[in-house]
Ligand binder design. Structure first.
Ligand code: SF4
Ligand code: SF4
Length: 242
């Protein structure tokens, strides 16, 4: 029985339900947690010099893999990864940069800090995840995320391209989960794989705590930036060429 069915059939017992439901949710195993280990800390490096402005391979792969909702209406569309074009403030002639934006899997995630039911949590390996069975749809996390990386699934999504992965629930918050289900199987996130297969190779994922990992070497050997480091969220997505 999913969250909505439970609430419907339990309508007659509403007084006792929140307490029972809360206990059930707290007792349920967390999604994608089995593969997490504190032996690694996942992060990402995005090399903008390798990322063509008109490429959307990562966005499309993410939608296909994670059944992310596309309604063709910006009020309802969800973007686990999106591309934005930026220009330096107060410099009208400054060149623009187009960059992929996604959840930064912050080491100090404000989205998790404000969640009243611990639906948003950080796994042992640093991936920040929403447990859709626990989320009550309050949207505090959307307000708390300084990166606009959180979306709310306002509408039912009829599309279900990847049957191996759950259809998205509506009425809950969501954001990129670094394809934790794939990382747990030793496979790269769908966006990283698509970027590699396109020949660009701009997205890399790996262990930030391993000084010999590819991303640790990229961070050591290049001038890298993280977005809004000043906020103290400790984002784990690093940009080269920003
Ligand atoms: S980027 Fe936003 S949604 Fe992702 S972990 Fe940080 S605060 Fe949370
Ligand atoms: S919308 Fe869901 S995940 Fe976000 S703060 Fe509320 S309960 Fe937590």
């Amino acid at each position: 029985m999913d969250r909505r069915e439970f609430l419907k059939t339990g309508g007659l017992f509403l007084v006792g339900t929140p307490c029972v439901y809360g206990l059930m949710a707290m007792a349920a195993p967390r999604p994608h947690e089995a593969g997490a280990t504190d032996a690694r800390r996942w992060g990402m490096v995005i090399d903008l010099n390798r990322c063509p402005a008109d490429c959307s391979a990562c966005l499309e792969a993410c939608r296909r893999e994670n059944n992310v909702a596309v309604h063709g209406d910006r009020r309802w569309d969800i973007h686990w990864i999106r591309k934005v074009t930026i220009r330096k403030k107060h410099e009208a002639d400054a060149p623009t940069r187009t960059l992929p934006l996604l959840c930064n899997h912050c080491d100090h995630p404000p989205c998790a800090q404000v969640c009243p039911v611990q639906a948003t949590y950080k796994r042992a390996d640093g991936i920040v995840i929403v447990d859709h069975h626990r989320c009550i749809g309050c949207r505090y996390c959307l307000i708390a995320c300084p990166y606009n990386a959180r979306y709310f699934n306002y509408r039912e999504n009829d599309e279900w391209p990847n049957k191996a992965y759950p259809k998205r629930s509506h009425g809950v918050a969501e954001s990129c989960n670094f394809c934790a289900h794939r990382l747990d199987q030793g496979r790269p996130p769908a966006c990283v794989e698509a970027c590699r297969d396109s020949g660009a190779g701009a997205l890399k994922v790996g262990d930030l705590d391993d000084p010999d990992s590819e991303i640790s070497r990229l961070i050591a050997d290049n001038s890298v930036k993280r977005i809004r480091e000043d906020l103290g969220t400790e984002p784990k997505v690093y940009y080269i060429g920003l």
